[in-house]
Write a protein that binds this ligand. Structure first.
Ligand SMILES: C[S@@+](CC[C@H](N)C(=O)[O-])C[C@H]1O[C@@H](n2cnc3c(N)ncnc32)[C@H](O)[C@@H]1O
Length: 261
């Protein structure tokens, strides 16, 4: 599959067109071979093509930014369901990376006032790049703010006004062993979340609680092993009701949601 996608990338055609391909020019073949070698050396496919699909969008990615994952698409879908029937609702995406969640929400629920927060200077260049590209494509502009999702004064102007806070924070426990694609290519600040992986989430809950209006929604992605621990941390905060955990399409615990009291 990856080899086919790389060849389609080199030739600038959709993968399905490979079926009707008669020949590949020598320089294309050489470029393809180079990319296959890099992929065999565990460089992520998306870094080689420079693109990552996410729901209805294709985002630019590369060194310095977390490659958006298909399992996060469901968290975006959950947020969009919460926004159904709203107009001009305020949404905040904490730890936006490529902008996958923020930009999908703006694209699929036009008119929503979305703010993407990213701390890492390398990653936020990609957030900004993708946000500009979506404006060029006609989507509602997304505000991009450099900030720390655990900062008690983050986005103070939105206190008590936000309808949905979503986050796919760094949540990998410090002792986890990761595939080379992830360990060598996703930025460390996108991955590591302390001894149990939940340090950043603990810091972020107070910010989310402050931003959300009563009845507003919080959705946080987590690792497979955190389907009990993360809901417990959210319940222990005290500011949320309706704490629930949700599986991904593979049936693994994937994100926790809650409502602001
Ligand atoms: C797992 S990635 C998720 C990126 C994107 N939301 C997605 O789903 O593909 C986590 C992101 O949070 C950012 N981040 C980590 N700690 C942060 C903090 N304290 N404040 C803001 N952003 C942070 C990382 O730089 C990274 O871009």
């Amino acid at each position: 599959m990856d080899a086919e996608l790389l060849l389609a990338h080199v030739l600038g055609v959709p993968r399905a067109r490979l079926l009707t391909l008669d020949a590949v020019a020598d320089d294309d073949a050489a470029r393809f071979e180079g990319l296959v070698e890099q992929r065999a050396d565990r460089v992520p496919l998306q870094h080689l093509t420079g693109r990552a699909p996410f729901r209805h969008l294709e985002l630019a990615v590369g060194p310095g930014v977390f490659v958006p994952r298909p399992e996060t698409e469901q968290l975006a879908g959950w947020a969009l369901d919460r926004l159904a029937g709203t107009e001009g609702a305020i949404v905040v995406d904490l730890g936006s990376g490529s902008g996958a969640l923020a930009l999908s929400i703006a694209h699929e629920h036009p008119g929503t006032r979305v703010t993407a927060v990213e701390r890492d200077p390398g990653a936020i260049a990609w957030t900004r790049h993708n946000a500009m590209a979506r404006v060029g494509a006609g989507d509602t502009p997304v505000g991009v703010v450099q900030g720390d999702m655990t900062d008690p004064s983050l986005l103070a102007e939105l206190d008590g006004r936000v309808t949905v806070v979503v986050s796919n924070p760094p949540y990998v426990p410090d002792d986890a062993v990761l595939p080379r694609e992830v360990a060598d290519h996703d930025p460390p600040s996108a991955l590591w979340g302390g001894p149990d992986g939940l340090d950043v989430v603990r810091g972020m809950l107070a910010v989310a609680a402050r931003l959300l209006h009563p009845g507003g929604w919080l959705g946080i992605e987590h690792a497979d092993q955190q389907g009990t621990a993360l809901p417990a941390v959210v319940r222990a905060h005290g500011g949320f009701t309706d704490v629930e955990d949700h599986p991904d399409l593979a049936g693994r615990p994937r994100f926790t949601t809650a409502r602001r009291r």
